[in-house]
Design a binder for this molecule. Sequence first.
Ligand SMILES: *[C@@H]1O[C@H](CO)[C@@H](O)[C@H](O)[C@H]1NC(C)=O
Ligand SMILES: *[C@@H]1O[C@H](CO)[C@@H](O)[C@H](O)[C@H]1NC(C)=O
Ligand SMILES: *[C@@H]1O[C@H](CO)[C@@H](O)[C@H](O)[C@H]1NC(C)=O
Ligand SMILES: *[C@@H]1O[C@H](CO)[C@@H](O)[C@H](O)[C@H]1NC(C)=O
Length: 285
Amino acid sequence: MRASLLSSALLLFGGVVQAGTPGKRKNGPGGNGPPVDASILAHTGQPEGKEVVHNNITIYITLPSPRNPRSKPRSQTAVLILTDVFGLDLVQNRLLVDSFARAGYLTIAPDLFDGSPAPEDINTPSNPSFNVTDFLARHNTTVTDPIISTTISYIRNQLKIPKIAAAGYCFGGRYAFRVINSPSVLGGADVAFTAHPSLLTDGEISGIEKPVAVAAADVDSLLTPAQRASLEGLLLERGRPYQVSTYGQTVHGFAVRANYSIASQKLGKEEAFLQAVRWFDRFLL
Ligand SMILES: *[C@@H]1O[C@H](CO)[C@@H](O)[C@H](O)[C@H]1NC(C)=O
Ligand SMILES: *[C@@H]1O[C@H](CO)[C@@H](O)[C@H](O)[C@H]1NC(C)=O
Ligand SMILES: *[C@@H]1O[C@H](CO)[C@@H](O)[C@H](O)[C@H]1NC(C)=O
Ligand SMILES: *[C@@H]1O[C@H](CO)[C@@H](O)[C@H](O)[C@H]1NC(C)=O
């Protein structure tokens, strides 16, 4: 009797009850698997994915486990990670790919820097031989766009996956906007998330066609409070689904390179990851 009342209540609220285990939901609302929590986000440890080379581009890829109840409903979707300037050399970038795969998404990150990512933070280059200006000039949109469009065509044509979510961080954040711009030179994604994007132009913000979510640091010289307000104003004007979340007491790069001994940064990285997964769940499924 109790079980059936509980079942009715769960059904009323959109849950699906697994036979014989009253109260335990087999699927979340919409039948898309259980909700995610921050325990699936890895910040340290060994990456679990593999590398493939496609058209001379190295791509890091992690497949979701077939035993994960979230995987099957996401079999027609992929997450495309567009990294910061540290690229695939930074273990946190690979671990982010793995973490999205644990959310049930096949996840992929191209090497945007042809084997030579930045060695140091572009904000505080402590390596005097590293010239940020030169690095960014060499990795301009003319050079970077084709790498991303090739990766998108790999997802669609080789992997035969039709729906793509782009998640861009710092340097890659700008390109998360570019892939949902129209006319898209990049083959297009269906939804985007970006954390602390840099070098974004007003035109790229106003040009979006698809939903975008933004995770911003409160302290960020590359996306200042004034730029953040302007970004939000442009998204409001554009009239597409959007979300701008500012995480207090975080710094540029927190969604990738948070200092886990600082509670606000650890929380910020976890929340930004969950923000991305929920945004993708909402608009891809
Ligand atoms: C392929 O990659 C290598 C190493 O990054 C580079 O030297 C070469 O020019 C690339 N070839 C083409 C056709 O892009
Ligand atoms: C850094 O690169 C830029 C652009 O290539 C160049 O103009 C500048 O002189 C370089 N700076 C240093 C310190 O080498
Ligand atoms: C972009 O970078 C490439 C390679 O470094 C360079 O040849 C090209 O002139 C640059 N394009 C622009 C618009 O700066
Ligand atoms: C992380 O934060 C702690 C506490 O503020 C600090 O002691 C440490 O140097 C920081 N680590 C890095 C790598 O910045």
